[in-house]
Structures are given as structure tokens and as C-alpha cells.
Ligand binder design. Sequence first.
Ligand SMILES: *Cc1c(COP(=O)(O)O)cnc(C)c1O
Length: 383
Amino acid sequence: MLHTSYLELSKSALQNNIQFLKQQIAPQVQLSSVIKGNAYGHGIEQFAPLAQECGINHFSVFSTDEAHRLLQALPQRATIMILGFIDEAAMEWVVANEIEFFVFDVERLAEAIEAAKKTGKKAKVHLELETGMNRSGFDRTNLVHAQAMLRNNKEHLLLQGVCTHLAGAESLQNHERVLRQQEIFAKALQRLRGQGHAPNQRHVACSAAMISYPESHLDMVRVGIMQYGLWPSPETYRQFIGQHEDKVDPLQRVISWKSRVMGLKHVPQGEYIGYGTSFQAPRDMNLALIPVGYSCGYSRSLSNQGQVLVRGHRASVVGIVNMNMMMVDVTNIPEAGRGDEVILLGKQGDEVITVASFGELSTQLNYELLTRLPLTIPRYVVE
Ligand SMILES: *Cc1c(COP(=O)(O)O)cnc(C)c1O
């Protein structure tokens, strides 16, 4: 093992999750695999070809650099859609490669027309509408300008989609707002159609909306977190489980995170461990040194909180998580030895460290923990 830790991606877990997602939508609804944030930390280069093997042929990325990486990584042709950032200088490359993209202001639409003229290819645009999230999206006034540009540039623009994003479908607290967004979207779509702008695809749903708002599926769902085997929120999970006889989680975690014991240390009772005085040994202790710290994505907020698995047993982080190292308590695991496998995330024996168990009680934790995993950690595909 050259690196201090590594990630494993389970192909069978991904197969299971994709099969489950396809069961949630009608056969004519497109499933777009959202792989922004370096495939939620799983690694675009490793995750995307695996997803393609599992039958995915439509991917959503955030930016041109991710689209570029994806294009290099995919063995077979697939539809690529950019949800977010496109540098003006990259627009020609985007159009030339037939990459689809969101448009949320007239400036980008103008850039798309320019690029289409230069490349001789139609720009495949998805008009993103403002429906109440107040992030990106055309409001009514700007949409009028966009429609004029669409009308006057029919030979350069293909209206591939009309879409919006929901502001928090994973929480019932946002229920009214999310319903209103869908109403606003439907009305705007009707007006667009009435004026001769009929898109090939209408899409609004993320993972949470796919589960909680089946009417939001339309022509395509854009699913991120659930394909990785995690729920958008405990609420969405409870809602799903509440409606199903079989009370087991249908998803399987794709990622595992592993390291090794770098060294062992005996510490007498009363000694402080690591930097500062946050942990004082309440008894004689045996510690294992793990070569993983916050620079590897193991949050410093897990100091004195986190748990790992060694020899199939739980071991608690003691003291502060350092930049490259942390200490765990193996006093009750006498067989622990130098070089032993350490599970930071995943299963060993009968024990499992879940993403949720990382303990910070934020509903967005799933997303944040994963996307913090650095690019440099190697990622391997396992069955
Ligand atoms: C991230 C994102 C999604 C996917 O969200 P999940 O909750 O991970 O399913 C869908 N659409 C847009 C526009 C996004 O930015």
C-alpha cells in the first residue's frame, strides 16, 4: 500500500442501487447519473465507467472540467449534461463535443449561439427556470429575451430541455415551497409551449423528489446521492420505509475507506494524548496510530468522536485529529497489530461504520463527508 489510505467502490452495490432507482421511475423516464463533486467523492474516472457498465447512459456534471474528465473516462458514448459552470472560452469545446448544458442567463445563451456558429453544430440547451429557489434560472422577464433568442436562432439552438431545481425536497418543512415551485414550473412550461418552444425533456427531480414527489419525475430524474447508496436525509428514508412492507434499506453503500495501523503505543494512566489537553488517559491505554488526518478528508471535528474498525472491533479516536495522523484506542483489542487493516468507512467482521455515524448531526452530512475526500486518494473497483 503506497498511499496512507484508499477507497474501494463496490460494483455489486452500485448495480443494486441503479436497479432500485430504475424501479422507482417509469420506463420512459430518463435516469441521469449526477457525478458532480468528483462523483460525490467516489472519483469520476472510477465511478463513471462502472455506472456505464451498470446501464447508465446519461450523466450530469457541474462544470466543463468535470465534463472533460468524464469524456476521457467513458469507454462508450453517453449523454453529458453540464448543470453549472462553463467558462466562456470552453463553450466552443462544449458545443463541438455535443455536450448538453443548462442555460440560466441570456449571456450564456449568446455564447452558445456564437459557439454553434463557429462549430457548425447546434448547441443543445436546457433552459433553467427560476421557480423559487432563487439561485440560478430565468425569471419571467429574462425568459422573454431568451425566447426571442431561441426563435431567431433556430438553426443554432436545440431546446433539449426545460428544467428547474427544487429548494429542499428532502425535508417536509419545505413541502409548500416545493409544491409551489412545481406549479410555477408547469405554468411556465405551458406558456413556453404555447409560444412554440416545446422541449424534448422536462426535468426537475433530484433523489429526494424522486422518492417523495413522484409527480415530479416528468421526462428525466437527476439522481446523485442515492446511486451511491445513501439517502438524501433521514426524513426521506423514513418516508420511503413507512410506505413499504419490507422494512429494510434497499440501498447499499458503494464506497469503503481503508487504511492500516502505522504503529502502536502504550500510554500510562493520567497522560495527555496528542496536541493539547483534550484527552487524558483515564487508565493505562494501548493506542494505534493511523496515517489519516484532516488533510485526507477525515474531519477534525471527529477529534475524540470518530470511530474506526480494527480486527472487527470498534476503536474510538482519542485526542485531536491531526493533519496526517490520528490515534485510536485499541486497549480492548489486544490482538491489534502493526499493519492491520483499519476501516474508516465500511464493514469489517460484523461491525460497520456508516456515513451517518460520522456523527455531525447535519442532514447534509452524507454529501459533505464524501465530497471532502481528496482527489489524491486512490480508488479501486471491487466486485
Ligand atoms: C446535485 C444536483 C442534483 C442531484 O441531487 P441529489 O440530492 O444528490 O440527488 C440534481 N439536480 C441538480 C441541479 C443538482 O445540482
